[in-house]
Ligand binder design. Structure first.
Ligand code: GSH
Length: 393
């Protein structure tokens, strides 16, 4: 960058060398880009005339609603209604014990993140290969050609089918497919077909696999309790943040944001005396809650307008999130750069400038690695302390 030297002529020559002050040089001629020049020509330095502002505003708003309709279908009142997956359940009887399965995920996605965590905690890395997609320019999932060595979870090629996009993989299935190509997706490489693309079903299925560490995140005697938590957390928190961010009317947003924070308040007080949602033992309900909480201050607070409070303002929820983050192999599934890029750069209608905010201090790995002190909390008198506690905590 050019700079010039300002010399005070009153200063004696001998002292001039010591008082030289570098300043930025001012451009002698100002270059104006064509759009600014046109605006100046039309309106001088004042704002454009009111009729023009109204016209642009209406066009912008109509286009926004049109784009949102595609991105986030809504009810007539403007509330986001998530489309249901085309492959919502798994019939384990239809899967041969020797079937070779493959998991398709993407790092920004909280639903796919659930499957990565269960795979990591159950040490299924060797028996369940994974392909990691990244958002393409139009927001659909693509497989970059760059190959990464080592254990790092990073986007790379499609290791099961060698396709370029996830849509191409879905399209390979018998009978074809033209619906939404979502992650996570469990693929049967023998039958060349989609097994399931509903995260809750996939994590229950993965949990049923015999793993070396005998970890059971969905024990039969707790299934009902875990499902009950899921029925609270899914609409109000997991999908609740999306209902805030994708709301297309003030009323829809108000309802979503109130339900979200009422639920977070309730969870904060529950976790005061309970180490995990179901007492003293980590379950699938905690994994489902965690993948939303870890994205909260990073993305949802700003982009989805979940602004009543930050996660860091909830001491119990924040410590609970830190504890799960610090469990072996869980931190490696959390890629904050990929999460931020995935939301801020690809959800174009919510962030047209694609500018990615700075990572909040409270979301830095060094803060998330601070002591959580949750070990001292009992199991809320429910007595679910089990053998699995030692294998996870
Ligand atoms: N209910 C599904 C939701 C999956 C989902 O919506 N995934 C998003 C990424 S966060 C996706 O792949 N969207 C691509 C699209 O809708 O085309 C689940 O829990 O697995």
């Amino acid at each position: 960058m050019a700079s010039s030297i300002l010399i005070n002529p009153a200063t004696p020559l001998t002292r001039r060398r010591a008082t030289l002050t570098p300043v930025m040089s001012l451009p002698t001629t100002t270059t104006t880009d064509p759009l600014t020049a046109a605006a100046r020509f039309l309106w001088g330095r004042s704002l454009p005339p009111k009729p023009l502002i109204s016209a642009v505003r209406s066009t912008w708003s109509a286009t926004w609603h049109l784009m949102m309709r595609q991105l986030a279908p809504s009810s007539p009142s403007g509330s986001y209604s998530r489309p249901s997956g085309a492959f919502p359940s798994i019939d384990p009887d239809l899967i041969s014990p020797t079937a070779s399965l493959h998991l398709y995920v993407a790092l920004p996605c909280p639903w796919a993140h659930r499957t990565l965590i269960v795979r990591a905690l159950k040490s299924l890395d060797l028996v369940l290969p994974v392909s990691i997609a990244a958002p393409g320019a139009d927001g659909t999932w693509e497989f970059p050609s760059s190959i990464h060595t080592g254990d790092l979870l990073l986007p790379g090629p499609d290791r099961a089918n060698g396709r370029r996009t996830l849509r191409d993989v879905y399209a390979m299935r018998r009978g074809g497919y033209d619906g939404r190509s979502t992650v996570p997706m469990l693929w049967d490489t023998d039958k060349r077909d989609v097994v399931c693309n509903e995260s809750y079903e996939i994590i229950k299925f993965l949990n049923s696999w015999q793993a070396n560490n005998k970890l059971d995140l969905y024990p039969p005697e707790m299934e009902k309790e875990i499902d009950n938590w899921n029925q609270i957390i899914y609409p109000n928190v997991n999908n609740g943040v999306y209902r805030c961010g994708f709301a297309q009317s003030q009323e829809a947003y108000d309802n979503a944001v109130n339900a979200l924070f009422e639920t977070l308040d309730m969870l904060e007080s529950h976790l005061e005396t309970s180490r995990y949602l179901c007492g003293g033992v980590l379950t699938l309900a905690d994994i489902c809650l965690f993948t939303t909480l870890i994205r909260f201050d990073l993305v949802y607070y700003v982009l989805f307008k979940c602004t009543k409070r930050k996660l860091v303002e909830y001491p119990n929820l924040h410590a609970y999130t830190r504890e799960i983050y610090q469990m072996p192999k869980v931190g490696e599934t959390c890629n904050f750069e990929a999460i931020m890029d995935g939301y801020f750069k690809t959800l174009f209608p919510l962030n047209p400038g694609s500018i990615r905010p700075a990572i909040p201090f409270a979301c830095k790995p060094e803060v998330l690695s601070m002591p959580h002190k949750r070990d001292s909390i009992s199991s809320n008198g429910k007595g679910f302390v089990s053998k699995q506690k030692s294998s996870v905590t």
